[in-house]
Ligand binder design. Sequence first.
Ligand SMILES: Nc1nc2c(ncn2[C@@H]2O[C@H](COP(=O)(O)OP(=O)(O)OP(=O)(O)O)[C@@H](O)[C@H]2O)c(=O)[nH]1
Ligand SMILES: [Mg+2]
Length: 306
Amino acid sequence: MASVFEFFKRGLQKTTTSLVRKVKGIFGGETTWNAESYEALEAALIGTDLGVVISGQLVAEVKDRYERGEIKTGEDIMAVAQETVLSLLATDSDTPMTVAEEGPTVIMMVGVNGSGKTTTCAKLAHYLMKQGKTVLLGAGDTFRAAGVEQLKIWGDRLDVPVVGGRQGGDAAAVAFDAVTSGSQKGIDYVIIDTAGRQHTRRDLMDELSKVQRIIGKAKPDAPHEIWLTVDSSIGTNALVQAREFGKLFPITGLILTKLDGTGKGGVVVAIKRELGYPVRFVGLGEQVDDLQPFDQESFVKALFTA
Ligand SMILES: Nc1nc2c(ncn2[C@@H]2O[C@H](COP(=O)(O)OP(=O)(O)OP(=O)(O)O)[C@@H](O)[C@H]2O)c(=O)[nH]1
Ligand SMILES: [Mg+2]
């Protein structure tokens, strides 16, 4: 079983390799460090989508330590980066996930088209089942022709019951039925998939609020968690998406998907720092096992370890 650190290491490979190569290129020779090197370092850090603010703070720290004679190699820089980013994030105290006192805990998955909602519902079901929990999936994407079918295929594969409706049917009704069924069957977790939507579409956002409201009719304390999936490969745009979604919708956590395919893994740090949403899980591939609970320390270490 791979450790959490190894999972992140693998997922962040593209980001880290590219950063390490650049840092070696800048600081590998015998040259003394000057304004030009710092500028190049800042550009390399911004390239990982860590964000301008954090990148700037990091460079200032590196410069300060170099001038005090404390560091002199590219490896030292990575160590400083690791330490500084961890201390910048240290004040974050993530709200733990809310779990139902009685009956199923209901998690609603929301996000823009193609960000990984449906796949994440399946991965999450698998993860919870490995912890000995029972799970039921609600196929609330009645919008897209294959939306319900896609989740049912996952359900069959994982041997998880799926409550689904017709295409074009009422997503809120499906969610209601899923939560009711989960309660009746004594299921631990009900995970509700929803149709992809842009935050700019007010009508679709209203529809999503309705799904949330109707879930509350089926079980008054639900939904317990509303998770936004964001595709980390879009880098800084993921931050914009999370910010805009958060303005319209009470999200309680983030799932950062597709971290495996991107050189922009630093965006996780930027999102945490700027928006403060707890990152619940990260997606590191297309398989059912490729979902990892987020752990800040392992993540930052993996990000800056060559
Ligand atoms: N590499 C990689 N691919 C992923 C990950 N998560 C999802 N995908 C892929 O991204 C594509 C879209 O995933 P879906 O789960 O269908 O996304 P969605 O948000 O449900 O999409 P819509 O329902 O159309 O809005 C699929 O091909 C997934 O296999 C991940 O963590 N890593
Ligand atoms: Mg989907």
